[in-house]
Design a protein around this ligand. Structure first.
Ligand code: TYD
Length: 192
């Protein structure tokens, strides 16, 4: 089972992944987590480029699209573990939403693993900007509004659940558990 968390910056993906991991482990599942961009040399280069003053331009976003695909290729085998529940903070769906150019990005990510379930943590753009440090050039309202709109379109091609990420941590967490429960054979109505 490969479950992917997606959403604009500040949606709370990392916190929610930890809470879901704890819950799944308490229910006897073996869980492994991944974050994209990864800690690889390519991932480190990506994080540097994200801080450039021209990071939100089409040219740099296309360059990032190439690097994200390469970074992802390095973990491809690890994402295919049938014995574990894999929880991932982002996937090639982030590339489709952030870098756009759908056909080209899809081609670059032809060998990327397709998620079994996508959880879209849907957050208001204003809250996103307020929650993020703003240290990355693209963390601005206009850019993120476009990414959010892209997500809502793209997500329809995947088995997905949209989670309202504007709520408090505990409410978001229980909404996520309720969404995941039927996919892993757990009781949805048992979650508070
Ligand atoms: P993010 O998860 O926000 O990391 P952090 O906030 O901890 O630095 O990821 C960094 C940024 O990279 C984020 O704004 C989304 C972007 N991104 C893409 O544009 N395309 C991709 O394919 C991926 C995986 C991430």
């Amino acid at each position: 089972m490969y479950i992917v968390f997606e959403g604009i910056d500040g949606a709370g993906k990392s916190t929610q992944i930890e809470l879901l991991k704890e819950w799944l482990e308490a229910n006897g599942y073996e869980v492994e987590t991944f974050v994209e961009p990864t800690g690889s040399e390519i991932g480190q280069l990506i994080r540097k480029i994200l801080q450039r003053s021209d990071a939100s331009t089409d040219r740099v976003q296309k360059t990032l699209g190439l690097l994200f695909a390469a970074d992802r290729m390095l973990i491809m085998d690890e994402l295919s573990n049938d014995k574990k529940v894999i929880l991932s903070d982002r996937s090639f769906i982030s590339s489709l939403a952030y870098q756009e150019h759908a056909e080209w990005i899809a081609e670059l990510n032809k060998y990327a693993k397709k998620p079994d379930l996508v959880l879209l943590l849907d957050l208001d753009v204003k809250t996103s900007v307020a929650r993020t440090s703003g240290e990355d050039e693209f963390e601005n309202e206009e850019f993120l509004a476009n990414v959010k709109a892209n997500y809502l379109k793209i997500i329809k091609d995947f088995n997905h659940e949209i989670i309202d990420a504007n709520n408090g941590i505990n409410k978001v967490s229980s909404d996520i558990k309720k969404a995941v429960a039927p996919h892993v054979g757990l009781c949805k109505d048992c979650i508070q």
